[in-house]
Write a protein that binds this ligand. Structure first.
Ligand code: NAI
Ligand code: SOE
Length: 390
């Protein structure tokens, strides 16, 4: 069986998730499109890199990501660093002729995203932005129902992404609160996932009318690089400024005529990974909540007036990606499985020489939506979202 050498850059939360996916993908999807070889991992220094290699099963390690990109043995470059490094690494990797999977948001700005999209177009290699929630089987099932016309013409999309890891004002000032590293706050970090789901399920977003707020203006300075995601509380030590948004709410108009809304915050006590959507169509409705990710709530108008109401469909062997997952519905998938499916689809595209969605073009389009949201939040006006050419 063919093998593909992976060079992974960044050994934090996503480094762990992607390493797990490379190890487990052939165990779930067999025959695998190719066997991922965990070849080399880069971290911000040699010691962290060596530790990450041991932990995540990589053959070699380096404290300089350029070594990964320049390594002729590396087929796939996987970018799992904070957002400020995505563009520089991806452009260098594309110029070196590598296939690239890059974590979301694709970039901090639309200018960076455009440069990344141009670089992969020139390279002709396979590229993917890791909006993995598309790969939750229940989301793939929702997509199937919509494409089959089971809920008719879509009228309304209501999406939320609510978490509480930064609700405490002493959750440290990690890179996610710094514009120079993250680009934006809830908008790019979690709102972008909902934008991706909205585009995936309903279609292109034509215009937005948004507001953003920052509730916690300073946070305790963090020691160390990886984000503890609220797992640590800073004490009485020095604090630094938060220069990104904590919360975003936006209205949407879709090109196809549907309307919608997105709300995202990391300050909602009691909400953990409350990534939800409710979609209303002329013939029915679909509801998804990631915290109950094996389930889809559906109501089909065709069911008849005496059966009106939502019922629960459980994903399993007979729903999308079921052939690779667990043999009985509702045995349950976790976050890891979404990354395993993502790796499967990415490797399949590399081996077939095809393309995979969401691509860097999708990542760029999502960045254009985020930019329009931030512009609208400043002007207070409805703001059009330009379309990526090509
Ligand atoms: P993290 O803070 O847990 O880990 C980032 C790692 O990158 C750290 O270990 C850090 O030392 C390393 N790093 C920093 N500079 C580096 C350099 N120059 N070379 C090599 N490594 C370097 O961050 P996390 O949560 O893993 O986020 C990484 C990316 O993944 C971000 O873009 C984030 O938005 C995205 N993400 C996506 C998720 C999803 O569901 N798709 C979930 C979590 C994060
Ligand atoms: C923090 O809000 C975070 O890790 C995001 O960065 C991810 O994209 C999301 O999937 C989980 O939460």
């Amino acid at each position: 069986m063919r093998t593909l050498n992976v060079g992974l850059i960044g050994g934090g939360f996503m480094g762990k998730a992607h390493s797990l996916a490379y190890a487990a993908m052939p165990m779930f999807f067999w025959p695998a499109p190719a066997l991922p070889v965990r070849s080399i991992i880069a971290e911000s220094d040699e010691a962290l890199a060596a530790q990450a290699a041991q932990r995540f099963g990589f053959e070699r390690s380096t404290g300089d990501w350029r070594e990964v990109v320049e390594d002729p043995d590396v087929d796939v470059v996987d970018i799992a660093t904070p957002n400020h490094l995505h563009a520089e690494i991806a452009i260098a990797a594309a110029r070196a002729g590598k296939h690239i999977i890059c974590e979301k948001p694709l970039a901090r700005t639309t200018a960076e995203a455009a440069a990344m999209w141009n670089a992969v177009k020139d390279a002709g290699t396979v590229h993917m932005v890791a909006f993995n929630y598309r790969r939750t089987p229940a989301v793939a099932l929702a997509k199937k129902y919509i494409e089959e016309g089971a809920i008719g013409r879509v009228l309304n999309f209501r999406g939320t992404y609510l978490q509480d890891w930064s609700a405490h004002p002493d959750a440290p000032l990690s890179w996610r609160f710094r514009k120079d590293i993250a680009g934006s706050g809830a908008v790019g970090d979690i709102g972008s996932h909902v934008v991706d789901l909205a585009r995936h399920l309903v279609g292109e977003i034509a215009s937005v009318n948004a507001l953003v707020s920052t509730f916690v203006p300073t946070r305790p300075l963090q020691s160390g690089g990886a984000d503890s995601l609220g797992g640590e509380r800073g004490g009485a030590g020095p604090r630094g400024d938060v220069d990104v948004d904590d919360e975003v709410m936006t209205l949407l108009r879709f090109e196809g005529g549907a309307v919608g809304s997105i709300e995202a915050t990391r300050n909602a006590w009691g909400r953990n990974n409350f990534l939800t959507f409710e979609i209303h169509g002329t013939e029915g409705s679909i509801v998804f909540n990631y915290e109950r990710r094996d389930e889809l709530q559906v109501c089909f108008a065709a069911d008849g007036d005496d059966r009106r109401g939502f019922r629960t469909v459980y994903t399993g062997p007979n729903t999308p990606y079921g052939e690779g997952l667990w043999p009985i519905p509702a045995l349950g998938i976790g976050y890891g499985e979404t990354k395993i499916i993502e790796a499967y689809d990415f490797f399949s595209a590399v081996v077939s020489g095809g393309s995979v969605s969401p691509s860097f073009k999708d990542g760029y389009q999502a960045a254009l939506v985020d930019e329009a949201v931030l512009t609208s939040a400043t002007t207070g006006a409805w703001t059009s979202v330009p379309r990526v050419d090509g």
